[in-house]
Ligand binder design. Sequence first.
Ligand code: GDP
Length: 224
Amino acid sequence: MSPPMHILRSEFVASAPSRAQWPTPDLPEVAICGRSNVGKSTLLNALLGRRGLARVSRTPGRTRLINFFQTTLASPQGPRSVLLADLPGYGYAEVSRSERAGWQAMMEEYLSRRENLRSVALLCDARRVVDPRIAELLFDETELAGYLRGLGRKVISVLTKADKLPKSERKPAAQVLSRVLGGKAVICAAEHGEGVDELWQRLLLTVNEKTASEQVSGDERLIF
Ligand code: GDP
């Protein structure tokens, strides 16, 4: 069990349809990404420690916005602030081809160009992971994980809604997910607060490392 994270404050920063609206990259950033209905808003609210800050939405269509939040956590070294980027969900059946292309262009721009981005949490619904059609069901996630690694991004895979599986199946499912996406998957059931502290710990490990572009720029403000 990870020690509980103490969240001092969290706030919404910006809703960005394009790069011009991204917040100034003067804090380390982590991103949360996953298909629609994976439990992203629920997990984000749990990470932010504020119910309802990231809307739990059941209506598809908001595929063109990146929502940014800032959160400050207590740590033995003092308060530490992090930006959290809520990347738009994908996999909505009713989305048009042009909207899908727009989503892809925006994701590519963000993932390849955001200089303060330290890691991406890639969420997968536990029930998809235990489905015999896993290769098909996690095709997009596998592609995305490969794309991110190609960019040199750190990927943290997350098994969401783990409470939907019997207890004995959770660890084996996480092991499967770890094998499929690489790295060690975090088991979460955000609706019950499970796995949220461990995910924060894993994200913070990456927050403490500077990205290659920051090392080149030598911008001391970015050191955490
Ligand atoms: P999003 O579309 O990815 O933002 O997903 P939401 O957070 O809106 O969640 C989609 C649905 O899954 C909602 O009905 C949530 O109540 C449910 N859900 C989210 N997290 C959990 C969880 O940890 N356990 C269970 N059992 N249900 C969850």
